[in-house]
Design a protein around this ligand. Structure first.
Ligand SMILES: NC(=O)c1ccc[n+]([C@@H]2O[C@H](COP(=O)([O-])OP(=O)(O)OC[C@H]3O[C@@H](n4cnc5c(N)ncnc54)[C@H](O)[C@@H]3O)[C@@H](O)[C@H]2O)c1
Length: 327
């Protein structure tokens, strides 16, 4: 039997995949997850730093029932990349025939990963924010760009405040939105960025308290997206509601990891589960005065689903791909 696999490069994916595709697939996949139509073990990290390689990668498998697609994203952060002109985060996605295990495709995962990452805060802000006039981004790198790009499709924003330890990063970031309908504000400190903001999003590779609790106003939404600690413990402790994209991984990763290890955060601490909100099982924000803290950890089901759509679109567009007979 022929075992045909397809290799799809980044160029082909960039020709067909849009932020709207990601917004649609992320919302659907979260809903399917709540409805029990997705199988997704927790991701596993391979940290190579103790053996002298400045990098780590996550293995993120999933099976998406409604798309009958199985696969895995391999995504990591690699310290060397910036110096050789590559983004810090590098991703590839492997898709399999779920019934036979035959390799269906290997896809470059950079745009797939970035767009699904960006779609998450767009959808979550729509559900959780009481207002979106003033949005603060702490960290203005690749993921922040994808986030604001996706947010611009679904939110009305008047002012976007930029905070980053790198002046150059902030300037480069603002230049990527030449026709922005909002005003960019270049902040000199995180405190200046946070005070009075309706939405505060951290998306850095820092492991530090970037946001202090007294800077967060009544009714604000604070979302952390980075892989390590990004806000002081009190931002979480004093939040009226805590929202997450998935329970299991939220207890072992990102900003909540340390609080979970200290026993202060457990599976019962989460008031709002975004997949359940989208499936109509739970309400999102119920009080405009609540300060909501949300963690977006990012899950492999979103990548596998978006990669399956990307493959379909690349093939439908007749773009060049490499075929390999694996038999
Ligand atoms: N939640 C998700 O779904 C998801 C998905 C992909 C990546 N990530 C994580 O997002 C983070 C950012 O990834 P990226 O690809 O945007 O990286 P990047 O290197 O492109 O951007 C990171 C930015 O953060 C800034 N920064 C670093 N330390 C800072 C600090 N102390 N204060 C303010 N700014 C600071 C850097 O100057 C840089 O501009 C990483 O931790 C990555 O692992 C999360």
């Amino acid at each position: 039997m022929e075992q045909k696999a397809i290799i799809v490069n980044e160029e082909a994916i960039r020709k067909v995949l849009t932020p709207e595709d990601a917004l649609d697939i992320v919302e659907k996949t979260w809903r399917w997850y709540s409805e029990g139509k997705v199988i997704m073990p927790n991701k596993i990290t391979t940290d190579m730093s103790s053996l002298g390689v400045d990098g780590w990668f996550n293995s993120m498998p999933a099976y998406i029932g409604p798309m009958n697609t199985a696969g895995i994203k391999l995504v990591g952060g690699y310290g060397k990349n910036k110096s050789i002109g590559l983004p810090y985060i590098k991703a590839n996605v492997v898709l399999l025939d779920p019934e036979t295990g035959i390799l269906k495709a290997v896809l470059s995962g950079d745009l797939i990963s970035d767009l699904r990452t960006g779609a998450q805060p767009a959808i979550m802000t729509k559900l959780l924010a009481s207002k979106t006039d003033v949005v603060t981004l702490i960290g203005t790198g690749t993921q922040a760009y994808a986030s604001l790009l996706c947010m611009s499709k679904v939110l009305d924003m008047k002012e976007v405040r930029l905070c980053d330890i790198s002046e150059e990063a902030k300037e480069r970031f603002a230049a990527r939105f030449p026709d922005a309908p909002w005003k960019f504000v270049n902040c000199r400190s995180n405190e200046e960025g946070c005070r009075g903001a309706d939405v505060i999003i951290t998306i850095t590779n820092a492991n530090a308290d970037l946001v202090e609790e007294p800077w967060v106003k009544e009714g604000a939404l604070v979302m952390t997206m980075g892989s390590f600690r990004e806000v002081s413990f009190d931002v979480v402790r004093k939040a009226d509601k805590i929202a997450v994209d998935q329970i299991g991984q939220s207890l072992h990763r990102g900003n909540l990891k340390e609080l979970a290890e200290m026993g202060e955060i457990t599976a019962d601490s989460f008031d709002i589960l975004i997949p359940d909100v989208l499936a109509g099982k739970m309400q999102a924000r119920t009080n405009p005065k609540d300060r909501i803290y949300a963690q977006i950890i990012g899950t492999g089901m979103l990548d596998v689903a978006l990669a399956a759509l990307a493959l379909e679109k690349v093939l439908a567009a007749g773009l060049p791909v490499t075929e390999v007979d694996m038999s």
